[in-house]
Design a protein around this ligand. Structure first.
Ligand code: 0A1
Ligand code: ZN
Length: 884
């Protein structure tokens, strides 16, 4: 919570080295929910890189009992204590500090620091949670070796875990027991973790490629042991993959994953003791969908990969967050793609990444919270765990690989570890390793880290028959963002191909470039100036350009495609990402026309050419079902909103619904045929092929249920009742809810069947929240349901976030009631959990783009929140940036 009236902005340029470095940390915990005693013994030495002789320790919401320096208790006059720090001025060069503090984990609803969830103790220290446990220089460039002694009641907390290796355990005789853990690796405080809990585990001994054996454990509450197989399998796959792709081996003898029901984010990479949101661990076919399974694989991979990219090499300061996050997201994306293995499978994962960027990152980059991948300032670091730092950061890393090739990228990675293992470094160090390992100048590439905003690349082309030459001119500009009015050109890899009239790829020979023995069908053009022209030689007919293949850079690509060219690409492009993209462009053009027509009250129409193109892809059995499903999903209302000058959410919703309804009616026989052709009988398996079939089948069902005939409703009800897995059951229920037909009986039976499964109850709330038939009053009603609570982040997200972000027509109700509700909930959540409140606050980011009548209500709601006297820094930063 805010302690003084104006929150401080922290600037990257103000970085100074720590005055003291820590060698060892010995922590003793006497765990008690209401009164935990933490004894902390640290050895420090003065940092030669600093002139200061003051030891500055961070501390928040903890009670200091005593502090001893080199064996002597300090009196209050010998240190300075503020609500957020403990400073010992003019300290000697070598120091042993012994600090005793108290905290109350059961009262900690922020889920940062040491907290209680369902009666068990957990910690979350990234970014600045360790200071809520003990006084410490809580910054990532202070790395130390930790030994941890845990003492707790044996009955209540039979399992005592911390980082590294268990070196001792035993009974204390008074109903309590202890466990001592030692982490052999130096680490920053944000990677510290402990768990004291009543849990059980699935465990396995696993042999690394080197022959060394390690112990793998997945810890969950009793009753969930039937849901740990997939997480364990994903962990083993991750270990193997990192050995094979990057030559990186697990450096510990023991690696643990622990699931917790109350968690602010997805999971956390604490050294050797990853703590996970249950959502990313627990799965079986009864409760988890294909999307859940994919999420588990990705997040288990992500946290495991952090062991090298984040833990062995960490960040110097939090401005460098993308150094570990962008790189680790890229690694988990590559892992998921490799697990599928096929080219189209890889492309499907790539398309999903592009959708996320457009849905969330492009809007962020164009809104009031826009920031570079490496931000220059922040008020609250927790607000910067963003799609820009994570997903755009991963795109930046991907561009190195696109520019340097897979082998070149690997060389860069090897050099990065050779230089920086055990260090806390900067994004620039990663870029330098990539450049030096490949003898490349990547100076200009730095702008991807320093400049915010989504670059726009505009292409124009010219075909010269006589010269048999095809010219592509690329220009770039980047819109202004807060504090960055003018941008310099980026170094942008633009992968292109050229299709002939039959849809075949032409062999490409780029003028001025060395000609390889075999001419390629895709070349990567390097756009580094404001405008550049590239010439392809020996082109005998005017081709259709396939630009930005594989989405080779996180940019908006503008090119004046004709409908005929897009149809050609949609039927033939050998690059599946651009094939999908052509379909999205065809749809978007029409959606924009329809949106205007709805707003103007004109009659709506959709051309047969478009329907025919969709029919062709839907029925093309040579294409993967997973690809067909993606190709047939229309751009979301959020993505459409980013394309119009002034957002009228009702018009967008009306346009998109009209298009879906028209497709559903026109393609009814084909949709039904695909529905039946893509059944997955037999035992459930979450593999990509089966999941793709289910996705296509369930998309067909959704289209059929937009304006359902009785037979369609019967089909959905039958699927709902007879489903043998959650993917099909949930899809049928969602389709029924969205159809507008009475789904109350199905909703009730679903709830009754799954009320013991928290993650399924989340789905039950989420589905209702996102349905266009659910208005504010209905959401308020759902909040009164006994299973609803604001205290559990997953539950709060399932209802509130889905309403605010996935139900535009109701959230943006004309009377502003959605915004009033939003303001109330941001305020209520902020008292419990500022991090989660600040995320909900972000739902209003784009308010200035809406029609004036809505803007008035939105401003009013924002001001209502801003007027509160006791806002957290988290919410205050988001709201003030929105209003500024
Ligand atoms: N480093 C984690 C994400 C994470 C960040 C902050 C947290 O609490 C405030 C928790 C988790 C990851 O990238 O997975
Ligand atoms: Zn991460």
């Amino acid at each position: 919570m805010r302690t003084d009236s104006s929150p401080q902005t922290i600037f990257r340029k103000d970085y100074t080295a720590p005055a003291y470095l820590v060698d060892t940390v010995e922590l003793g915990f006497d765990l008690d929910p209401a009164r935990t005693i933490v004894a902390n013994r640290i050895t420090l030495h003065r940092n030669p890189a600093s002139k200061s002789r003051d030891i500055v320790l961070h501390g928040e919401e903890i009670e200091l009992v005593q502090v001893r320096l080199n064996g002597k208790a300090l009196t209050a006059s010998q240190y300075r204590l503020t609500p957020s720090s403990l400073t010992i001025p003019k300290a000697p060069a070598d120091v042993v500090l012994e600090i005793e503090t108290l905290c109350a984990p059961v009262k900690n609803t922020t889920l940062s620091g040491l907290y209680v969830s369902n009666g068990n103790f957990f910690t979350q220290c990234e970014a600045e949670g360790f200071r809520r446990i003990t006084y410490f220089p809580d910054r990532p460039d202070v790395m130390a070796k930790y030994t941890v002694m845990l003492r707790a009641d044996k009955q209540l907390y039979p399992v005592l875990l911390s980082n590294g290796n268990l070196i001792e355990e035993g009974d204390l005789g008074d109903g309590r027991h202890y466990a001592k853990w030692e982490d052999p690796f130096k680490k920053p405080s944000y990677l510290f973790a402990l768990v004291a809990a009543r849990l059980v585990c699935q465990e396995e001994r696993y042999t690394l490629k080197s022959g060394r054996e390690v112990l793998l454990q997945v810890w969950v509450e009793e009753g969930n042991l039937d849901k740990t197989d997939y997480a364990m399998q994903s962990l083993k796959n991750s270990i193997r993959w990192d050995e094979e792709r990057f030559g990186l081996e697990l450096d510990l003898d023991r690696f643990m994953i622990v699931a917790v029901g109350d968690f602010n984010m997805g999971a956390m990479e604490n050294k050797g003791l990853n703590i996970f949101n249950t959502k990313y661990v627990l799965a079986n076919s009864r409760v988890a969908t294909d999307v859940d399974y994919a999420g588990i694989e990705a997040v288990v991979g992500h946290e495991y990969f952090h062991n090298w990219t984040g833990n062995r090499v960490t960040c110097r300061d939090w401005f460098q967050l993308s150094l570990k996050e962008g790189l680790t997201v890229f690694r988990d994306q590559e892992f998921s793609a490799d697990m599928i293995g096929t080219d189209t499978g890889r492309a499907v994962t790539r398309i999903d990444q592009v959708r996320t960027l457009r849905q969330a990152q492009f809007p962020e980059d164009a809104g009031p919270m826009a920031h570079p991948v490496r931000p220059d300032s922040f008020v609250e670091i927790n607000n910067f765990y963003t799609v820009t730092v994570y997903e755009k950061g991963a795109e930046v890393v991907r561009m190195y690989q696109t520019l340097l090739g897979r082998d070149g990228f690997r060389k860069g990675m090897d050099l990065y570890f050779e230089r920086h293992d055990g260090q806390a470094v900067e994004c620039d160090d990663f870029r330098a390793a990539m450049a030096d390992a490949n003898g490349r100048d990547l100076t200009q590439f730095e702008r991807w880290y320093s400049q915010a905003g989504t670059p726009v690349v505009t292409a124009s082309t010219r075909y010269d028959v006589a010269a048999r030459c095809y010219e592509i001119t690329l220009s770039q500009h980047c819109p202004a963002t807060a504090g960055q009015p003018d941008k310099l050109p980026f170094h942008i890899p633009v992968a292109v191909g050229l299709l002939d009239a039959n849809g075949k790829d032409l062999l490409l020979r780029l003028e001025g470039a060395p000609s390889p023995k075999h001419a390629p069908t895709t070349v990567v053009l390097e756009l580094t100036e404001a405008t550049q022209t590239f010439r392809f030689k020996g082109i005998d007919q005017k081709p259709t350009p396939s630009l930005l293949r594989g989405f080779s850079a996180p940019v908006v690509l503008e090119y004046d495609y004709t409908d005929a060219e897009l149809l050609h690409l949609f039927s033939h492009d050998s690059d599946p990402v651009n094939r999908w993209e052509a379909g999205q462009r065809l749809a978007m053009e029409r959606l924009l026309v329809l949106t205007s027509a709805v707003a103007a009250g004109d009659t709506l129409a959709l051309d047969d050419t478009f329907i025919a193109a969709f029919r062709n892809v839907l029925t093309d059995d040579t294409l993967d079902p997973a690809f067909r499903e993606l190709a047939l999903i229309l751009p979301s209302e959020t993505i459409i909103a980013e394309q119009v000058p002034v957002v009228d959410p009702q018009a967008i919703h009306g346009a998109r619904q009209f298009m879906r309804r028209t497709i559903g009616a026109a393609l009814r026989p084909e949709l039904l045929a695909q529905y039946h052709a893509n059944q997955t009988p037999g035992d459930y398996s979450p593999d990509a092929v089966s999941a793709g079939k289910r996705a296509l089948k369930n998309l067909a069902l959704a289209y059929l249920l937009i304006a359902p005939q009785d037979a369609d409703l019967a089909l959905a009800r039958q699927q709902f009742e007879q489903a043998t897995n959650m993917t099909d059951r949930a899809a049928a229920l969602a389709a029924l809810i969205h159809s507008g037909a009475d789904a109350s009986a199905s909703l009730a039976s679903f709830y009754a069947d799954f009320e013991q499964e928290a993650l399924v109850v989340d789905k039950w709330f989420a589905m209702q929240a996102a349905a266009p038939g659910t208005d504010v009053a209905a959401v308020r009603q759902l909040m009164l349901h006994p299973a609803f609570t604001l205290k559990n982040p997953n539950r709060a997200r399932s209802l509130l976030f889905n309403f605010a972000n996935a139900n535009p027509p109701q959230f943006h109700a004309a009377d502003g009631s959605g915004y009033d509700f939003w303001a109330e909930q941001v305020i209520a959540l902020d008292k419990i959990n500022p991090q989660v409140a600040a995320r909900l606050a972000r739902s209003m980011d784009r308010w200035r783009r809406y029609v004036p009548a809505l803007q008035v209500h939105m401003r009013h709601a924002l001001e209502r929140v801003a007027a509160r006297s006791k806002l957290s820094n988290d919410v205050l930063e988001v709201i003030s940036k929105a209003l500024s």
